[in-house]
Design a protein around this ligand. Structure first.
Ligand code: SF4
Length: 347
């Protein structure tokens, strides 16, 4: 059964036409899904009863089931969803009230095959890729949950593909989801307000640059040498720093966009001042921004956050070396919703 949640507006219209149904209803159905948050065809009351019955018979609509919701004191919400096959995944809502920004961090795979040493998702293994519909539905469901009087108010403004999984290993479904979420008659989330985060899957960076030059790219770097990065991020054994930075430079040349490098600071692992110097040299001349993220505690993985003075020193070195750098304000740590803390089971 074709799933309408994984189709763009024009694909819905074409499918209806091909199946001998009223194709002009495609726009209405799309609006019901993304401007009203309808969860099933029966809710689409401006369609005739017969058409609704026909839609119910012929097509599916992904509908993630909320298993658990955690709310942080800072307003962050973490959602644990159950998928139709019984698998589960997490996504996070991050309100930045002062900037009037409503961000979601969503997952692209159930589990992850890349096994980064600091990450609860990688620790729990890889199960499968998410469909485009499952990616989109995380945003739709969170939009419904945060909406006050009507669906879409306040409106989700930013999407980061930084939850469970490596987005570039599921790029086709991710880009399909991006197209659906970007539609101005639907969720209307600006292409430039979406960011894909990668652990360094080099062929995916090149493919992204070719296929979509609007969406943002963030690269999880976490180490300035191959020796250290091999330990923290096993993907580096396949695509080393030289390969990775060559792909990043190509991405910048093609898209003319600045890239963000994420660097999770872990005590006694990658927080030494000489590594900050090395990082500065490595990134010199690249049109980039560095986001320092003090590590979050993950049960079972003995990762610790460095002391504040160590974090500050690392920051100062990068800054003194003229890198654009920010220290990420952590949100949702109390509900295990921060970077590297998402997993497939509840807390
Ligand atoms: S950090 Fe990202 S890429 Fe690495 S294991 Fe976790 S989810 Fe996968």
């Amino acid at each position: 059964m074709k799933d309408f949640k994984g189709l763009t507006r024009s694909e819905i219209i074409n499918l209806l036409k091909k199946d001998g149904l009223q194709s002009f209803r495609g726009d209405q159905i799309f609006n019901w899904l993304y401007q009203n948050g309808a969860e099933n065809f029966s809710e689409m009351t401006n369609l005739s009863k017969d058409l609704r019955a026909e839609l119910n018979k012929r097509y599916a609509l992904t509908d993630l089931q909320l298993k658990q919701k955690y709310e942080s004191i800072d307003g962050t919400k973490k959602y644990l969803w159950e998928l139709a096959d019984g698998e589960s995944l997490e996504s996070v809502y991050l309100p930045y009230e002062r900037q009037n920004r409503h961000s979601v961090c969503i997952s692209t795979q159930v589990g992850c095959p890349l096994s980064c040493s600091f990450c609860a998702t990688g620790f729990s293994g890889y199960v499968r890729d998410l469909t485009a519909a499952e990616i989109v539905d995380q945003v739709v469901k969170i939009q419904a949950d945060i909406s006050q009087k009507e669906f879409g108010t306040p409106r989700i403004s930013n999407v980061v593909f930084m939850g469970m999984g490596e987005p570039l290993l599921n790029l086709n479904n991710v880009l399909k989801a991006v197209t659906i979420m970007n539609d101005s008659d639907g969720l209307n989330i600006g292409m430039r307000k979406m960011t894909i985060s990668t652990a360094g899957y080099e062929p995916g960076i090149r493919q992204l640059a070719e296929e979509n030059d609007q969406i943002g790219l963030a690269v999880s770097l976490h180490a300035p040498t191959d020796k250290l990065r091999n330990k923290i991020m096993p993907i580096n054994q396949k695509f080393n720093l030289k390969d990775l930075l060559a792909a990043v430079n190509e991405y910048i040349d093609t898209t003319h966009r600045r890239v963000t490098f994420e660097y999770v600071l872990m005590e006694d692992i990658n927080d030494d001042p000489h590594l900050a110097e090395k990082l500065s040299r490595l990134l010199k001349g690249i049109n980039c921004h560095v986001n320092l993220i003090p590590a979050n505690p993950v049960a079972d993985l003995s990762i610790k956050r460095p002391e504040q003075k160590v974090i500050d020193k690392f920051y100062d070195i990068l800054s003194r070396n003229h890198l654009s750098v920010t220290l990420r304000r952590e949100m949702g740590t109390d509900i295990q919703a921060a970077c590297g803390q998402l997993k497939r089971s509840s807390q």
